[in-house]
Design a protein around this ligand. Sequence first.
Ligand SMILES: Cc1ncc(C[n+]2csc(CCOP(=O)(O)OP(=O)(O)O)c2C)c(N)n1
Ligand SMILES: [Mg+2]
Length: 319
Amino acid sequence: MTRAQAAKPSAVPDREEALELYRRMLIIRRFEDTVQDLFLKGQVHGTTHLYSGQEAVAVGVCSVLAENDRVAGTYRGHGHALALGVEPQGLLDELLGRATGVCGGRAGSMNVIDLEHRLIGCFGIVGGSIAAATGAALALKREGGVAVAFFGDGATNQGYFHECLNFARVFRLPAVYVCENNLYGEFTPYEQVTAGEIRARAETLDISSQTIDGNDVFGVQAAAREAVDRARAGEGPCFIEALTYRYVGHSRSDPGRYRKPGELDEWRARDPLIRAREAIGDTAEVDRAVEAQIAQVIENALAAPFPSPDPDAREFKDG
Ligand SMILES: Cc1ncc(C[n+]2csc(CCOP(=O)(O)OP(=O)(O)O)c2C)c(N)n1
Ligand SMILES: [Mg+2]
């Protein structure tokens, strides 16, 4: 599929399921707005990399996963976590360094793990998720289940991208590799550092591949279902390149001055939430519920206790 073809409309699931996909995307958007706001107020400890604009990728992919599947996300991982059902409360508490956070307030934004929700980790090393998911896929080949790696366009220039995909193809591992091509690695346009088409790198390893519109949650869901079903059926790994865009800077206070003129507006016109709403119709009830939920999450997080400074007094769930 070419970039132009990637924009074709996709099948919309029934209203209830479509609304649930929309709700999850909205939770991520409001969560990220909140993180940005609290970061600027000095409440978030460490750095942040926001997922705003890319919501349809994580939500569409995670919507087709089963209980025994596993996911590895990136440092841009709040969206991956929330799409898997990690509680916004536990995640915001974590970012604010509170004892009630999903990792006891000791992981922060970039390194969240929540095994209960199938998240084997978010990785600050570019491409680390690819290696972790490949290892998980090796285990899941015996135990049953599919491992998904989310990673950026920049990660496909890392050596272990090639090593892992080769390994997964040779051993027919149940892995789905999801490249979120948001056009930039930090401040560098991807075409300045990436030779050829990203998808061709998987195709040359004889891995089933698709390039899709990553801002169309229903299309992402359909493509992910096909890939996950194939992997689950023992046909080996699949590769998805999802074309998308991040609305805010790479991290923290990056104002994104390297963007091409008009680029942000063009992508905002293709906003995944607006497009889902156009297909669904009235979403007012979900909109209100998510606003109320996030307002409560903020209030609770700001009131939550900090962890004990005693290193032996661990608040980890399984610690
Ligand atoms: C191995 C490694 N090299 C460099 C970095 C610094 N770094 C952090 S994010 C990033 C850009 C990655 O871009 P991409 O893979 O496209 O993901 P995106 O941030 O766009 O989601 C870089 C170079 C790092 N964290 N790890
Ligand atoms: Mg990128």
